[in-house]
Design a protein around this ligand. Structure first.
Ligand SMILES: [Zn+2]
Ligand SMILES: [Zn+2]
Length: 129
């Protein structure tokens, strides 16, 4: 098998694993799962493939609250993040991003808008109080 084929096979598996999750895992968390199916895969390979998939718009990279998390659902959608444990969930409601005009954009070419809610998740709420 050619190297290129092996690489894309790994990428497919990473993508498949990510799409099966709704918990927005970090690269490390996803690595732990992928490793069960591909014991020889390295953490670096998982990182590289996730970055590549995100760059190509196939997955979303969530750059909030410390560690990057990844989302197999690439359509922009709102998230809710726990300020205590960093867990991220999807918000089911479609939230319409407020439109901005040219002046407000300050010369930026606007490519999207991400909306994030934050607070404490049910587990952390029951631990805190
Ligand atoms: Zn929490
Ligand atoms: Zn999501």
């Amino acid at each position: 098998m050619k190297i290129g084929q092996r690489r894309s096979k790994q990428r497919e598996l990473i993508l498949e694993e990510l799409k099966g999750l709704t918990c927005h895992p970090t690269a490390d968390e996803l690595y732990e799962r992928v490793r069960k199916r591909l014991p020889n895969i390295s953490l670096g390979t998982v990182y590289r493939n996730l970055e590549l998939l995100a760059e190509n718009g196939i997955i979303l990279k969530l750059e909030t609250g410390g560690k990057n998390r990844f989302d197999g659902h690439a359509e922009p959608h709102p998230h809710i993040r726990c300020m205590q444990c960093g867990k991220v969930d999807d918000v089911i409601n479609e939230v319409i991003a407020p439109a901005i005009n040219e002046e407000e954009a300050r010369g930026y070419e606007v490519k999207g808008c991400s909306i994030e809610y934050f607070g404490f998740c049910p587990e952390c709420r029951s631990n805190v109080h």
